[in-house]
Write a protein that binds this ligand. Structure first.
Ligand code: GDP
Length: 199
């Protein structure tokens, strides 16, 4: 299936969240994890550009994904990067006020994509995010970025360390640069789109 994506809106308050009833997929990760590059590789340059526009980096940027028939299939939510502050009591302490209600209460939110860097050891802030999502009862997948920078052996070793450190059974390795793993990630996202928002 070929998809097109269009920018919907930037929200900085709960009242601004989209009113289109579509399943939403949130992208989360520390600053510099490769979120813009991944969005870019998944849905086109527009997304990354919008999300890096000054003033929009602290917003949730929403993108509508349409299929070949121009039917809306899902909405991607690009969340602000975290991990700026060296010491924060919890991941949510760093977020602008409207992010937590989105993560906790948003009915349309069906999947969280947690990005971690495949080149570095498990980070405390990533673990905090995963624990936050677990407590919130949110479905999530951990996706390790920049996999092209690693040899096969290094990749196996780093993914094992990340799984152990983050306490997850599966991690999907991807590369925005070579498109490695992107098909599998799309397949997971399509499942969410196909399931709809339920009643
Ligand atoms: P963001 O802050 O999470 O949006 O991260 P960016 O997408 O801006 O990427 C941060 C840095 O990592 C940039 O220098 C990118 O070129 C680099 N980067 C991102 N994705 C990849 C990747 O798949 N492979 C490699 N080798 N570098 C990447």
């Amino acid at each position: 299936m070929r998809y097109t994506t269009q920018f919907l809106l930037s929200a900085m308050a709960e009242s601004q969240f989209p009113t289109l009833r579509q399943p939403e997929i949130a992208f989360l990760g520390r600053s510099n994890v490769g979120k813009s590059s991944l969005l870019n590789a998944l849905v086109g340059e527009k997304a990354a550009k919008v999300s890096s526009t000054p003033g929009r980096t602290r917003a949730i940027n929403f993108f509508l994904v349409l299929d070949e028939r121009r039917t809306a299939r899902m909405i991607l939510a690009d969340l602000p990067g975290y991990g700026f502050a060296k010491i924060s009591k919890s991941i949510s302490a760093e977020w602008p006020k409207f992010i937590e209600p989105y993560m906790l209460e948003r009915e349309e939110l069906k999947l969280c994509i947690c990005l971690v860097d495949s080149n570095i050891a498990p980070q405390e802030s990533d673990l905090q995010l995963i624990e936050f999502l677990r407590n919130a009862g949110r479905a999530f997948v951990v996706v390790a970025t920049k996999a092209d920078r690693l040899s096969g052996n290094e990749r196996t070793r780093n993914l094992a360390a990340l799984k152990k450190g983050l306490g997850v059974e599966k991690i999907l390795a991807v590369s925005a640069k070579t498109s490695y793993g992107l098909k599998e990630l799309w397949a997971r996202m399509e499942e969410v789109g196909a399931a709809g928002i339920g009643e």
